[in-house]
Design a protein around this ligand. Structure first.
Ligand code: ACO
Length: 357
């Protein structure tokens, strides 16, 4: 038995390779740094869905179909809005996605992928007591999300930064939420159910729920004089430093530096939180090395995700839904891939309870 299925290979995939020893992420033949910050959200989506989705995956067809699907989902909002009142953004997104019908005629990979930005924008605006804004099908998903949230186009630097973030987190092997999506897809429950389940797995703080708590941690540390002591107390109490450690990476997560550069590019005049975060990161890495000499613990994607999304002006409760907006593309690609195998995922357990004999 392998605790947490560590080291267990659960599928063959053409989608990505996470090389934990070399700190490299390959997505459909490309290194992540050849995609993130270089290609549009729609181009990365077309690449991931290519040869797997049942509909054509040229850049034009994907862009057009995502735009159309955003408009379609927007029509559902009057029914969905009353169902999400009083929920936090991740719970609201979960409820909204679960409200989509298996009978909806829009191809479901488009439906779920387009629904997430429409729902995120609606959730944000409703929270601020503002009316929702209709999608613009001619914009990219990231540009349209920012416009629907703010009521006006974001700067090109901001659109670039959000796109680079979403492409960075789109696909990452057999992580917990992707595995969940594949387990559900393998029962033939459908794309919507698989994506709802994946979101539920994503929301935990050991996975996609981490970036909000990264900012909470920086706030709790407060100032540079407190960094070493705060970390020492945390580790002495057996608590984890959020934004550090990974199941696969034994070296630095390649996504961390890509996102750090995105924050730097966006903070031309200097970002006080970034400077502080870099100091915290260095102190944390040193402390973790001393704390767990046999277990390499390095910065993971969530540390700089928190700073990118913060500098873009998103509330920290929105971070997990934004992660889902990127990762849904990987989830749906894996759902298609899993469906092709036609095989139910059903591991075994060893009974260690009492027996009457
Ligand atoms: N801070 C302090 N100690 C840590 C940390 C950390 N961030 N991460 C792991 N450890 C310690 C554990 O306490 C454990 O010690 P033990 O053997 O004495 O019990 C040891 O290192 C191994 O930890 P595991 O939980 O077995 O490692 P696993 O591979 O299962 O966990 C995980 C990976 C969940 C990401 C872990 O490193 C963690 O909790 N990190 C903090 C939360 C976080 O940053 N989450 C985002 C992950 S990235 C993503 O999912 C998108």
């Amino acid at each position: 038995m392998n605790d947490g299925l560590a080291g267990v290979v659960a599928a063959e995939t053409i989608l990505s390779e996470v090389d934990g020893e070399r700190g490299q992420l390959i997505i459909r033949g490309y290194r992540l740094d050849e995609l993130a910050g270089k290609v549009s959200f729609e181009a990365a989506t077309a690449l991931l869905w290519q040869d797997l989705a049942p509909t054509p995956t040229t850049l034009e067809t994907v862009s057009e179909a995502l735009g159309q699907a955003r408009l379609k989902v927007f029509q559902h909002l009057p029914v969905i809005i009353p169902r999400i009142a009083g929920l936090n953004p991740t719970e609201a997104l979960r409820a909204a996605l679960a409200s989509l019908s298996d009978r909806d005629e829009t191809p479901h990979h488009y439906l779920v992928s387009a629904a997430i930005p429409v729902f995120i924008a609606a959730i944000a605006r409703i929270q601020q007591g503002e009316t929702v804004i209709e999608p613009d099908k001619n914009l990219s998903q990231p540009a349209d999300l920012l416009r629907m949230m703010r009521g006006k186009r974001a700067s090109s630097d901001e659109e670039y930064a959000l796109t680079a973030y979403l492409v960075t987190v789109m696909e990452h092997g057999m992580n917990a939420s992707t595995f969940t999506a594949r387990v559900i897809a393998a029962t033939q429950a459908g794309i919507i159910s698989s994506v709802v389940g994946a979101l539920c797995a994503l929301k935990g703080p050991l996975h996609g729920g981490a970036p909000g708590p990264v900012l909470d941690m920086l706030d709790a540390i407060g100032n540079r004089d407190n960094i070493n002591n705060w970390i020492k107390v945390q580790l002495a109490e057996g608590k984890r430093l959020i934004g550090f450690g990974h199941r696969i990476y034994r070296v630095r997560d390649p996504r961390a530096d890509i996102l750090k550069n995105v924050v730097k590019r966006l903070s031309k005049t200097g970002n006080v939180r970034l400077i502080f975060a870099e100091e915290v990161e260095q102190a944390a890495l040193q402390a973790l090395k001393a704390h767990k000499p046999d277990r390499p613990l390095h910065t993971n994607v969530e540390f700089y995700t928190a700073l990118v999304l913060d500098v873009l002006g998103f509330a920290r409760e929105m971070f997990t839904p934004l992660f889902a907006m990127g990762r849904v593309i990987g989830w749906t690609a894996h759902i298609f891939e899993q469906a092709r195998t036609g095989k139910l995922i059903r591991p075994e357990s060893i009974y260690i309870g009492p027996r009457k004999e």
